[in-house]
Ligand binder design. Structure first.
Ligand SMILES: *Cc1c(COP(=O)(O)O)cnc(C)c1O
Length: 354
């Protein structure tokens, strides 16, 4: 089996023929001549299929690409019968949490929020549930779940298990190999990698789930569009290289932060390239620090080549359990020494002499 470097580069390309293009031609068409496999643009486009081929090979499943990570999540949640019980983290991606809370209030689902790190608490709620949604590591606290145990027990109870694999990526975690039914990625992040496109993917080896989720995508028109698919495909060619580089940088930065003054706590699971930390200071200090950096931008999102940080609680939707002065840092691919001097400079300029 080829390595992920090779898969990311070699797959998802047009057939070879003389003067044929190396890259997938982007075709802007809402409709196609009859008799073929696509038919209409809400059902498919070649750049999207090529991108799906690459992601599927990394996740070891069959992949459907969407217009965003959130539309991918909506397609999953939409196939559950009304009244289904969904277990998910009480912290985690804010858009996912907001969706589950809203659907609960509207009596569409029964949402049970749990501490995903507390395996016993999750297992206690499993009986009778329809979906266990596991985000590990969690955003932005970087808590990790006991994935194998959760999957084994959930499958024994007949519960569908879905993973949000955005932070770990298939380079450090392969949910489908562990027995999960679904692995979701916000391809906006590491797969595309340049903060210039929204995209999402759902991978699965369950034919029934695949068909239901694909049908949902067809009727809602949430398929990844040709130009966006082209950008995502170009980005994913270098995903393994970027991710490993960013991960090395993140390990270095987390060690530096752990032994630095003014830092109360560093959250980093030892893999991936996102970390978060609490400062010994006020939320206003945290905002000022994020605005003081010259290299790192104060902006939301993650997974791009450029490092970003922000105070998470500036967002209304963020869980109230996240500390007010917590800064989330998405470590990019710059030189780690430059990154550390920027971080040190920003922290010192606000907290020195306080
Ligand atoms: C960004 C993100 C999403 C949502 O993806 P979009 O592409 O922004 O819609 C879902 N889960 C996690 C963990 C994310 O970081």
């Amino acid at each position: 089996m080829a390595s992920y470097y090779t898969k990311a580069i070699a797959l998802g390309r047009p057939k070879k023929y003389e003067d044929g293009p190396l890259n997938t031609p982007v075709s802007f068409n809402s409709t196609y001549h009859a008799g073929g496999t696509i038919g209409y643009a809400r059902y498919g486009n070649t750049a999207c299929s090529d991108f799906e081929e690459v992601v599927g090979s990394l996740e070891n499943g069959k992949t459907l690409a969407f217009s965003s990570g959130m539309s991918a999540f909506q397609a999953i949640i939409n196939i559950l019968p009304v009244g289904s019980t969904v277990i998910s983290s009480n912290q985690g991606y804010a858009g996912v949490n907001a969706t589950l809370h809203k659907m609960h209030l509207e009596n569409k689902i029964n949402f049970i929020p749990v501490n995903i790190e507390n395996t016993a608490e999750v297992l206690e709620n499993l009986v009778g549930a329809s979906l266990l949604w596991v985000e590990t590591p969690t955003n932005p606290m970087l808590k990790t779940a006991d994935s194998e145990r959760l999957i084994d027990r959930a499958k024994a109870e007949g519960v569908i298990v879905g993973f949000d694999n955005t932070f770990a990526t298939p380079l450090t975690q392969k949910p489908l190999d562990l027995g999960a039914d679904i692995s979701l990625n916000s391809a906006t992040k590491y797969f595309a990698g340049h903060s210039d496109v929204l995209a999402g993917t759902v991978s699965t080896n369950n034919k029934d789930l695949y068909e239901k989720i694909e049908f949902n995508r067809k009727i809602n028109g949430t398929i990844l569009q040709p130009f966006e698919a082209f950008l995502a495909l170009r980005g994913i060619r270098t995903f393994p290289l970027r991710f490993e580089r960013a991960q090395d940088n993140a390990r270095f930065i987390s060690e530096k932060l752990k032994s630095y003054d003014y830092i109360k706590k560093v959250n980093y699971p030892g893999y991936g390239a996102v970390l978060s930390f609490e400062i010994n200071g006020t939320p206003e200090d945290a905002e000022k620090i994020c605005n003081s950096s010259r290299l790192i931008s104060n902006a939301t999102s993650l997974g791009g080549v450029e490092s970003l940080w922000e105070r998470r609680r500036r967002w209304e939707l963020e869980s109230k359990t996240v500390p007010e002065s917590l800064i989330r840092l998405s470590v990019g691919c710059e030189c780690k020494f430059d990154l550390w001097s920027d971080i040190k400079y920003s922290i010192d300029s606000i907290l020195f002499e306080k």
